[in-house]
Design a protein around this ligand. Structure first.
Ligand code: K1U
Ligand code: ZN
Length: 185
């Protein structure tokens, strides 16, 4: 079991564009194990490798409800090949921007092409939380954060709070009404 530190904004490594995985070898399998350990411990419902400082196009996810069995999913080199015009809005969070939640509007449905851990290619049509989470994680692979989808004013306020908190060596604090309005389970 390896728990990794999760990078927090304004860490510039979060702005890197991740490299496509060439071979799904022992190193990638070990990275995926570390990502699941770290994601479950956080806890989070998704994680991109760059959030633990590895610039490879690897995403882990588990959208199972609290008391349900685990449902781990791995997406290697995920690519959005189609996005709906219809949009949906979700109160998003990010393990790299702890304690801050805000509504983000994105395409309601996406088709995503990816490789599984065995190297088999898949194409799925995703809706609901899976579509939101896939878009959030694929954004991470491209150095994009969910706050980039907000107004400049909100984004700058969040970055400023995290910079100040880091200087003081304290966690950033947000008003309690910014807790997520939803919870899995
Ligand atoms: O990528 C990340 O930073 C993980 C992020 C994924 C995500 C959440 C919501 C919308 C889109 C993408 C998180 O997991 S934040 C934590 C969270 O949402 C959560 C944690 C525990 C239980 C339920 C939700
Ligand atoms: Zn995130």
């Amino acid at each position: 079991m390896a728990l990794c530190d999760i990078l927090i904004i304004p860490d510039l490594r979060l702005r890197q564009i991740s490299e496509p995985v060439k071979d799904i070898d022992k190193g990638i399998r070990s990275l995926v194990d570390d990502m699941f350990d770290t994601m479950y411990a956080a806890p989070g419902i998704g994680l991109a490798a760059i959030q633990i400082g590895v610039a490879q196009r690897v995403v882990t996810m588990d959208l199972a409800k609290k008391d349900d069995e685990k449902a781990p999913q791995v997406f290697i080199n995920p690519e959005i090949v189609w996005a709906s015009e219809e949009t949906s809005t979700y109160d998003e969070g990010c393990l790299s921007i702890p304690e801050y939640y805000e509504e983000v509007t994105r395409p309601a449905k996406v088709k995503v092409k990816y490789l599984d851990i065995a190297g088999k290619q898949h194409e799925i049509e995703a809706a609901g939380l899976l579509a939101t989470c896939l878009q959030h994680e694929i954004d991470h692979l491209n150095g994009v954060l969910f706050i980039d989808h907000l107004s400049r004013l909100k984004r700058d306020m969040v970055i400023k709070k995290f910079k100040k908190a880091a200087k003081r060596g304290e966690p950033a604090k947000f008003a309690e009404d910014k807790e997520p309005s939803h919870h899995i389970g």
